[in-house]
Design a protein around this ligand. Structure first.
Ligand SMILES: [Zn+2]
Length: 305
């Protein structure tokens, strides 16, 4: 961006390390694109032709939902879920139906604490409707968005109030986990997510993903805190130039050590994102009556949305 060029580098480096606003959080653009891309290859024979034809669209629009947050005040809450706010006894006590959630928490609280699981279900219904209407532009639009929200629900730090380690003196851990680690390691992942299958109970599958994310939040935070204790402070960070910007980043050796202590957590959450995305695309199509997509015009422009 041009405005950056007029700001001294030192100031930019400081700026980039300040806690980013909540709106800026999401899997890195790289991971979102990879998740949508690999979800295409989970499609069964009846759908893979259609999805492969539109692979470029699904990849390039994998991050549209994040971009909309700057223009749409309703968008931000669709990307996260503050489990600590909602869970009074257990996840089971949280209403699964959106209207019940609205009645219990009210719109303002939902907007403040996040709605990703409810919103994923809404996207599945919209995608189903688009399939039923054989509206190619909308099928692609909702498929790309659905992959985005499913991916966000698989990021542990999207399911906690302490989303950037700001409550535990670990500010910066959000992008560290979901951007830095995948960027440095993604080529070694196998992405094997199997073939998409029909999901009988969409709500249950989506909430299971959120619960699984939240269950590893403690590990995400504690392992990083332990590592900080063991790592020489001077080796934790390094500086990289990105474009014209000098940026302080977690060093490669620190990233590698953290990734090792997490085991295959990041890779696993990516693969589960890919799988659930594929399964929900397929499920929406089945629920729409399995329309024949081969008659849709593959060259139809879909970027007008
Ligand atoms: Zn997001």
């Amino acid at each position: 961006m041009n405005y950056r060029q007029s700001i001294p580098l030192r100031l930019i480096a400081l700026f980039l390390f300040l806690p980013p606003p909540r709106e800026a959080h999401s899997w890195g653009f790289f991971a979102h694109k990879r998740i949508n891309e690999m979800a295409v290859f989970t499609m069964p024979p009846s759908l893979i032709g259609f999805y492969k034809q539109h692979l470029t669209y699904l990849v390039s629009h994998a991050t549209d939902a994040d971009k909309r947050r700057y223009a749409d005040p309703e968008e931000s809450c669709r990307h996260f879920f503050d489990s600590e706010f909602y869970v009074t006894q257990s996840f089971d006590s949280i209403p699964r139906r959106w209207t019940d959630a609205l009645n219990r928490y009210g719109k303002d609280s939902l907007r403040a604490h996040g709605i990703v699981p409810w919103y994923i279900e809404r996207m599945v219904h919209r995608l189903e409707k688009a399939f039923r209407e054989e509206n190619q532009a909308l099928i692609l639009h909702y498929s790309a968005d659905l992959g985005h929200y499913v991916a966000d629900a698989h990021v542990p730090l999207h399911t906690t109030r302490n989303y950037n380690g700001q409550l535990t003196n670990q500010t910066g851990i959000h992008a560290f986990w979901e951007s830095r680690i995948p960027e440095l390691n993604a080529e070694s992942y196998d992405y094997f997510a199997g073939r998409a299958t029909y999901i009988e109970n969409v709500s249950k599958a989506v909430w299971s993903a959120v619960v699984a994310s939240y269950q590893v939040v403690d590990s995400v935070l504690c392992l990083e805190a332990d590592l900080t204790q063991r790592f020489a402070p001077g080796l934790k960070y390094s500086y990289e130039t990105r474009g014209t910007v000098l940026q302080r980043v977690y060093s490669e050796s620190y990233t590698e050590a953290y990734n090792k202590s997490l085991g295959d957590m990041v890779e696993r959450r990516m693969i589960q994102s890919i799988r659930l995305t594929g399964c929900l695309w397929f499920t929406a199509w089945v629920n729409a009556g399995q329309p024949d997509l081969s008659k849709l015009d593959a060259t139809q422009a879909v970027d007008s949305l």
